[in-house]
Design a protein around this ligand. Sequence first.
Ligand code: BES
Ligand code: ZN
Ligand code: ZN
Length: 495
Amino acid sequence: MKISLTTKDPLKISSDLLIMFVGVSWKEEIVSLGQEIITLVSDIALTENFTGLNKQHLFMDLSRHNIKKLLLYGVGEDKITNIFELQKIVSEAIDLASKSRRKKIVLKVFPDWLKHYPADELSKAVAEAALLSTYIFDKYKGKKHHLEKITLEELILITTPPKITTFEKGIKMAQIFASATNFARDLVNEPPQLTTPTYLAKVAQNLAKTHGLKVKILDKVQIEKLGMGNFLGVAKGSSEPPKFIVLRYKPRRKSKKLVLVGKGITFDTGGLSIKPSGSMETMKIDMAGAASILGVFSVISELKPDLEVVALIAACENMPSGHALHPGDILRSFNGKTVEIINTDAEGRLTLADSLAYAFKEEKADMIIDLATLTGAMMVALGSDITGFFTNEEKLADKLLKAAEGSGELIWRMPLYANYKENLKSEIADLRNSSKTRYGGAINAALFLEEFVEKTPWAHFDIAGPAFAEKNTPLYRHGATGVGVRLLLTLLTNF
Ligand code: BES
Ligand code: ZN
Ligand code: ZN
């Protein structure tokens, strides 16, 4: 979709539809449309009881004008509380326009939004919402499907001459951020028979080739040599060979190093502690953490952060078989700690543990962030819109909360109190992979990970809830959401 800017009067632009976001004082806000249209709109608004309150909208035929239709979209009196809410509203209006099969639309933001947000942040949020809401994954659909297809081809944002360059900057950023997010969504939406560990490794190699990044793929023998017993234990049950992916972006100047670890279980059956079929249906999403990090790397050379960024992905499949890991097995981690396997479905923390220990020992990371669809418990706690995060460092917590605020992603800090470490004690090994109690499951998993980062500033994002949208909403179509991409990109641009 093309996104452009104009400072013209909306009535002078030929288009299929004009979206105007208005509040309760909508009458004053439409003054610029001229007397003829004001009278028309006021008449219709009266019969339709249009108040400008939240989400109330009005379609109007203006076929005698350059703009063929007008959509007044009420944002009410409520103050917008965050970018997420703003993007939801924008995507809902664009969705309405799209459903009426418009190709070229003009959009005028609610004047109050410009009081709340700097112009570049606002235009980024609006353009990004448009680009995310017109995402569709339909490559496996038949021909008839074209009737459902999104028709929107061009979006023109109205701005004023002094704001044009900042608006432009915002749109450029939106294009980068949405492209990275949609890259991750594609990767997760693809079926698991395609997105094997070998496939993820190829994706990383292609990214390295096209964007001038460094890549290293370790195969099973090399992983054995390194001594990543946890990772190999999980991979054992599958006939798909595991791959350890190391992708690296290096800035010109010597700088600090951020390691991004992504959970890359390309399918999670649970292993011998097999999942019930209902819970397994969506388990292709268990590489969403890895996909989001690859999404970040798909645009990193455009953003050029002043920071070395390394992606680590221990990619494998969690399958039951004659070779599979047993409950009762004891694995030796990359950092030497032994783990008693209680439940083979708690596999993510095992592959992550070896990656985190690698980030500490081999990469000597200054900072580590992991993204993982780690626990059902996190979903129970925060639902499907909010990511829970854990961190051992206050400054990092502040940075992440600030980045989230600007990114449109919702995050919430969870506790890492040491008292629950008790739950992870094993009688015969250093740790057990599943807690003694089912309560506080997301915290127990995070405490397990903490055993592998030493004192490195580290944050863990449990994206089990928001990685996949069960509900089809305009902002997040049914399927993968690419959660974490915009947050990490915002963090990188803030550094
Ligand atoms: N991949 C799952 C977590 C998950 C659940 C992700 C739902 C997305 C949606 C993870 O490997 C898992 O199975 N976790 C177990 C841990 C338990 C056995 C300690 C869980 O959450 O039930
Ligand atoms: Zn599992
Ligand atoms: Zn899993």
